[in-house]
Design a protein around this ligand. Structure first.
Ligand code: CUA
Length: 172
């Protein structure tokens, strides 16, 4: 079967494009810690306030026995609960977020924390915040910590643009 030289050239170009895109995926996974969300954990979004984990009193940051810092967040139109959390930099942290109504997005500027918060599921992100990264874009506080914004980045309704919180990152 004869293949026109121009067609052959485009074969090569399209295969190279796929390889380059594949390398980008590997590079961002390795260098920037960007991974697809993989936590499949169901929860009844209409009864979050009655669950042991996402009841109002249990939201916020907790340090577990093994030293991991766990932050529990509820996103509901058009608020982030709690509005501000404090997380240590250069420490393994776990973000656990749930939606009380519709699809939201959770993004913390200057970090690789970014996930959809799908109603009916608990979104979990395990990461370590780098202080130099948040210091480069955040607002410095008098005590040496840095505050960065936490945004909802999935359109969730008319108040979407006012749905945000703050993350105060402390030096390790
Ligand atoms: Cu919540 Cu946009």
């Amino acid at each position: 079967m004869a293949i026109h030289p121009l067609e052959r050239r485009w074969f090569v170009v399209s295969i190279l494009l796929v390889l380059v895109m594949g390398l980008f995926v590997l590079y961002t996974a390795w260098a920037a810690g960007i991974h697809p969300p993989s936590n499949v954990e169901a929860i009844d979004s209409t009864r979050l306030h009655l669950t042991p984990e996402f009841a109002e009193d249990h939201l916020g940051v907790e340090r577990t026995k093994d030293g991991t810092v766990v932050a529990r967040i509820v996103m509901a139109r058009y608020m982030v609960h709690p509005q501000e959390i404090t997380l240590p930099a250069d420490t393994p942290i776990v973000i656990r977020a749930a939606s009380a109504d519709v699809l939201h997005g959770l993004h913390v500027a200057g970090t690789n924390i970014g996930t959809q918060v799908v109603p009916g599921y608990v979104s979990e992100v395990r990461t370590t915040i780098r202080f130099d990264r948040v210091a480069a874009i955040g607002t410095a506080n008098p005590d040496g910590s840095v505050t960065v914004p936490l945004f909802c980045n999935e359109y969730c309704g008319l108040g979407h643009q006012s749905m945000w919180g703050r993350v105060r990152v402390t030096k390790p």
